[in-house]
Design a binder for this molecule. Structure first.
Ligand code: ATP
Ligand code: FE
Length: 366
């Protein structure tokens, strides 16, 4: 079996070819991060144009690296939801075109389900397991009951953590530090935080601490951090490069606050799963995925709550935490094995910009 995966939901054109055992045969990634970082966020028009320019060579490159041609492919998996509509359309249209002219089955993939499930390609993970998805557009806690059956336990009421890390990095002008100029905000902030010597001079309140659910909120952290920042800026003179003197400490303190909040809500989800016996007590696992899962500090804080609650923590390799074609191909393979949502009738027409993960949302979970 050979599966081709195509991802274009946001600002990365990613393709991958895997075999029936889940071995990666070839992949390609045309990332637009550096460009969008320069403009302060993803521009949907630019993103669409770049996907359009890159999609053909991204697919060809992945197939070439795999030593395969489109004729060898048994099914084409493509992200159809959620994401930027113009971006999604490029991948979906291209996949539809390939499927039509080469008579290949098409498998629509939910981007967040793909983030959640791809860990199974790297680790032996039995269902059900708990998943924490932390990325540029989402913050979700869910129980993965089956590859197409998710129970949503909590989500962000406002911003996503990646979005907030990117915004704070921008406000702190981390891009003016030459080593960080090409990095996404989240990565720059993680590296800057490592240079901190006195993070405890800044403190942030724990969001939603009184709420007995698994939801998240990052807007307060973002705004209180900004308030402190402005305060500092008026007290001290900013340096020539636009950086404030305590920039590293503020990054570390902010990262700690984000990590503590995520760990706190994850702890609640673990308590909920344990209390309601939703997870096999012999086999308790939490998967962390999405771009922010690359952050070692945040992942370690999840490992820490996990170890207290008897959950082993897993994450895919960094390049598979952020957007990529591998996770789409993997999701295609799992769906093909289960014969779930395989389209052979050219019925795949629409892409969907907003699509919830899971059937249920429980507000008062513990
Ligand atoms: P979504 O998956 O919700 O649609 P997205 O696809 O834009 O959003 P991803 O590609 O999964 O998001 O992740 C991108 C985000 O990950 C960015 O906000 C980026 O700052 C963040 N990120 C990447 N590396 C790190 C890191 N080391 N620490 C923190 N955040 C990081
Ligand atoms: Fe993503």
């Amino acid at each position: 079996t050979v599966i081709l995966g195509i991802e274009t939901s946001c600002d990365d054109t990613g393709c991958a070819v895997i075999d029936g055992t889940g071995r990666l045969l070839g992949e390609s990634l045309y990332s637009q991060t550096a460009l969008h970082t320069r403009y302060g966020g993803v521009n949907p028009i630019f993103a669409h144009e770049l996907h359009h320019n890159n999609i053909d060579r991204a697919v060809t490159e992945a197939l070439d690296k795999a030593g395969k041609t489109i004729k060898d492919v048994d099914a084409i998996a493509v992200t159809t939801k959620p994401g930027l509509i113009l971006s999604l359309q490029v991948g979906a249209k291209y996949a539809r075109y390939l499927s039509r002219i080469h008579s290949k089955p098409l498998i629509p993939v939910h981007h967040m389900e793909a983030h959640a499930l791809v860990s199974r390609m790297y680790h032996k993970l039995e269902l059900p397991f708990l998943v924490l998805l932390i990325s540029g557009g989402h913050c979700l806690l869910a129980l993965v009951k089956d590859i197409d059956d998710f129970l949503l336990l909590g989500k962000s009421l406002d911003n996503a953590p990646g979005e907030v890390l990117d915004k704070v990095a921008r406000r702190m002008k981390l891009r003016n530090i030459p080593e960080y100029s090409q990095l996404c905000g989240g990565k720059a902030l993680e590296l800057a935080a490592q240079k901190s010597t006195n993070p405890s001079q800044f403190e942030f309140p724990l969001p939603l601490s009184k709420f007995r659910d698994c939801n998240f909120s990052f807007s307060g952290l973002k705004d209180s951090s900004v308030r402190k920042l402005i305060q500092k800026e008026t007290e001290h003179n900013v340096m020539g490069d636009g950086l404030i003197p305590e920039v590293f400490d503020l990054c570390a303190a902010f990262q700690l606050a984000v990590a503590e909040h995520i760990a706190h809500r994850t702890h609640r989800a673990m308590m909920f799963c344990d209390k309601n016996m939703l997870i096999n007590p012999e086999n308790k696992a939490i998967v962390v995925s999405g771009g922010v899962a690359c952050n070692n500090f945040i992942f370690q804080s999840i490992e820490h709550v996990g170890s207290k609650m008897g959950y082993r923590a897993y994450r895919p390799p960094p390049s598979v935490c952020t957007d990529n074609g591998v996770m789409i191909a993997w999701n295609g393979l799992e769906k093909l094995k289960k014969q779930c949502d395989i389209r052979t009738d050219f019925s795949l027409k629409e892409v969907v910009p907003e699509a919830p993960l899971g059937k249920n949302i429980i507000s008062e979970v513990v």
